[in-house]
Design a protein around this ligand. Structure first.
Ligand code: PEP
Ligand code: MG
Length: 798
């Protein structure tokens, strides 16, 4: 096959006659466009029509102009140090841009352009002229984003000019460097030009999309980035785009809206087409209305995600795609698709986890890329001209992570930028290089200064944080190849939606405890009553902050319901169809008061730990409308989004009378135990839960032992007291008696019984005692999962 391709003398081919295997002929991008035009159902996935010149055309161009010698000479000068990269690169590009096309090739290009006009009923149609590089031996090499694209090119003269400039862009500094690093011969690569009908996203929006989560490799989610105007800003990382995630397995069910994440990007600028012919695009500031609204509607997010799934299925591998919305016909188009290269190459067997110990003051934050942590000295690089100032192992701080800087990025301990999203090309380069990056911080170049020691942490979920000084870091390698099987279920305690996907490869039996209050404080941030009783919020500042957060939602309560449901969905999605036990909110009054607008609604208590907390709140006049929002979020999550693996759990339920009242409020909100498969559990964390276990068992499907509170209340020790810390032990006979007793009672009543307190996470040997007592599941923090699993397996073996 390969030989046939190399011998192919055709110089121009329409997309519909290309297949993905034609990489040697037309490069990955154009082959992929051809594959899509030819094989995908155009009624569902629109790909703009067009044609591509082949690598034979490129070689004919080089030969006809006698450029081979120039290339050899300049590259030799670079190799021997007689010229810098900038000098040699510029000389080559200037030479190539002045070349003349062999007459037949020029005639073919212009004929095809006229034909494109005829097909679309337009004379001199506007086209995008894209470069697609190709290396004969390594068709899967990612040259993406290294060569240039010229947009909104109109007319024959402009088209030919853009084509020559595409050829020249095979020798951008960045492309030369990439080939040097990856061992490609500069003379073996060729360039194919794709000429594609222009999608007018300059007057609409566009972006990037991946058929997996780029950070964790989680393969059941689509990640979409979107900004206003042409897509280059998203690719280059010049703007902070909107970000959306969609759970793929539910896309086939039209009644569901499985959008698990939506975050509004700053989208400071947008790229538009210049007037006059050719490639003169320029950036303009976005309007306030544009910055404050999502680029895509829910319907469009789902349409793109469905396209991503279909494209991935067709190619049989994770895909990296660019999309654009046409401002004239309002339709969505796929303008590029290529295999994703970073996560797919990563081995699935081992997981490295970084955790941060003692650290300095938090200086700023942005989006994390890569999961690692690194420390070093800050060097702020404002422009390419400063690059020489960079020192190996320093932290590169810049306004945008320009992919031209790959050589510097490679030498950096970490990278921090003002702008850019997770799918920016530079973020992808950082990931590929294994360098942690925090992008889109807004103002790193102002807040940080040269020679400052900092730690860049990408180990805390999607938020990347920069701390002053060098922090303590532990790195652990989890070996997933040797995890024993156990009869007792081992589940995870998770509360942070943004880190949930990181653990998707762990063979856990689901989530034993998802603490809702963490999702409220991290994602929702507003006290529910400040939304249901907004007029009682006294502070003007709080009202303004609430207005800003809830903008774009049908009403204030919808903000709470949707944001909370999506936060929980990101945890539920990773484990579906395995159970995910979501515990209703269990803040103490002082913690609720710290939520935005919360102070007006919370009493001051002497002992919040044993105060107005848990079940007691849910049916009381003082919180019931807040609890109803929590219930609505659960319904939305289970019924609107499809996560029927979600089990509800009631915390701190002091009496069976309380249990009845809470179950009644839930039922009134459409959350009825047993209906639509809903299971409701209760925490066992008060001695009364053990003493009355038989009666609780009549009301709930299962128990989960909260050993933190149960120890506190059995021994009468404030769990936060340092002075009494030594006495606080789950191994104390009184506490063990409680645990053993409730396990026995639950089993007798035919109810499930697990434990989700901290004990086995801190002390994996504790899991043995639980197995011996006959527990059905143990839920632990992800870092201790393997140790607990081993202890459980050993205890089960006797
Ligand atoms: C517990 O009490 O053990 C428990 C898991 O709940 P929390 O720590 O959230 O109180
Ligand atoms: Mg508790």
């Amino acid at each position: 096959m390969a030989d046939m391709d190399t011998d192919d003398r055709r110089t121009l081919i329409w997309f519909e006659h290309l297949r993905r295997g034609d990489v040697a002929l037309v490069g990955g991008k154009n082959a992929s466009l051809g594959e899509m035009v030819q094989s995908l159902d155009a009624s569902r996935i629109r790909v703009p029509p067009g044609f591509a010149t082949t690598s034979s055309a490129y070689r004919a161009f080089i030969a006809a102009n006698g450029f081979g010698a120039v290339l050899r000479e300049e590259l030799a000068a670079l190799g021997e140090g007689r010229k810098t990269l900038a000098q040699a690169g510029r000389a080559i590009r200037e030479t190539l841009a002045t070349g003349a096309f062999p007459p037949q090739i020029e005639a073919d290009i212009l004929d095809a352009y006229r034909e494109l006009g005829r097909r679309t009923g337009r004379e001199n149609p506007a086209v995008a002229v894209r470069s697609s590089a190709t290396a004969e031996d390594l068709p899967d090499a990612s040259f993406a984003g290294q060569q240039e694209t010229f947009l909104n090119v109109e007319g024959e003269r402009a088209l030919l000019m853009a084509c020559r400039r595409c050829y020249a862009s095979l020798f951008t500094d960045r492309a030369i460097t990439y080939r040097e690093i990856n061992g490609f011969d500069h003379l073996d690569v060729a360039l194919s030009i794709g000429v594609q009908l222009m999608v007018r996203s300059d007057i609409a929006g566009s972006g990037v999309m991946f058929s997996i989560d780029t950070e964790s490799g989680f393969d059941r989610t689509v990640l979409i980035n979107a900004a206003w105007g042409l897509g280059e800003n998203v690719v280059q990382g010049a703007v902070s785009p909107d970000e959306y995630q969609v759970y793929k397995p539910f896309l086939a069910r039209p009644e569901l809206v499985p959008i698990t994440h939506k975050s509004l990007g700053a989208k400071e600028i947008k790229m538009i087409c210049g007037t006059g012919d050719g490639a003169a695009t320029r950036n303009v500031p976005t309007s306030k209305a544009e910055r404050e609204s999502f680029v895509l509607s829910d319907g469009e997010i789902l349409e793109l995600a469905r396209a991503a799934v279909e494209i991935e299925a067709h190619y049989g591998c994770p895909m990296d795609m660019e999309w654009a919305r046409d401002g004239i016909d309002g339709q969505l188009y796929i303008v590029q698709a290529r295999p994703e290269t970073v996560q797919s190459r990563r081995g699935a067997g081992a997981m490295k986890t970084y955790s941060l110990g003692a650290h300095g003051e938090r200086l700023l934050s942005g989006l994390s890329v890569g999961g690692a942590v690194a420390s070093g000295e800050v060097i702020i690089i404002e422009s390419a001209a400063d690059i020489d100032r960079f020192v190996d192992g320093a932290v590169l701080v810049t306004s945008t992570t320009d992919p031209d800087w790959v050589p510097v990025m490679k030498r950096a301990a970490a990278i921090v930028t003002d702008h850019g999203g997770r799918t920016s090309h530079a973020a992808i380069v950082s990931r590929e290089l294994g360098v942690p990056a925090v992008v889109g911080t807004g103002n790193a170049t102002h807040v940080l200064h040269d020679q400052q020691q900092v730690t860049v942490s990408c180990a805390e979920g999607e938020e990347g944080v920069i701390y002053a000084g060098r922090a303590e870091v532990t790195v652990e390698e989890l070996d997933l190849a040797h995890v024993p099987e156990t009869r007792t279920q081992v589940m995870l305690n998770l509360a942070n939606p943004s880190t949930a996907a990181r653990w998707w490869r762990l063979p856990a039996d689901g989530v034993g405890l998802a603490r809702m209050e963490f999702v409220v404080s991290n994602e929702v941030r507003v006290h529910p009553l400040a939304l249901t009783r907004y007029e009682q919020v006294v502070s003007e500042d709080d009202r303004a902050a609430i207005d800003a957060l809830t903008r774009g939602h049908a009403d204030r309560t919808a903000y709470f319901v949707e944001t909370l449901a999506r936060g929980l969905a990101r945890i539920a999605a990773v484990w579906h169809p395995r159970p995910v036990i979501v515990r209703m909110s269990d803040f103490k009054t002082n913690e609720y008061a710290d939520l935005l607008g919360g102070r007006a609604f919370e009493p001051q208590e002497e002992n919040p730990m044993i105060g107005f907390r848990g079940a007691s709140r849910y049916y009381s006049e003082g919180y019931r409308d807040g609890f109803e929002l929590e219930c609505r979020a659960i319904r939305h999550l289970r019924e609107g989004m499809g996560f029927d693996n979600v089990v509800v759990m009631i915390p701190f339920c002091r009496t069976v009378g309380e249990a009845d009242r809470v179950l009644e409020v839930m039922a009134a909100q459409g959350l009825e135990r047993g209906k639509a498969g809903l299971e409701v559990y209760v925490m066992c964390e008060i001695p009364s839960n053990v003493i009355e276990a038989e009666r609780f068992a009549e009301r709930f499907d299962g128990f989960s032992i909260g050993s933190n509170d149960l120890t506190q209340l059995t021994l009468g020790i404030d769990r936060d007291s340092e002075a009494l810390a030594e006495l606080f032990s789950e191994r104390d006979p009184a506490v063990l008696w409680m645990i053993q007793t409730v396990i026995a009672k639950a089993r007798k009543a035919g109810r499930k019984i697990g434990l989700c307190g901290q004990a086995p996470s801190n002390d994996p040997g504790f899991a043995r005692l639980l197995v011996q007592a006959g527990i059905s599941s143990i839920s632990v923090t992800p870092d201790s999962f393997l140790a607990v699993k081993r202890n459980v397996a050993e205890a089960e073996a006797g």
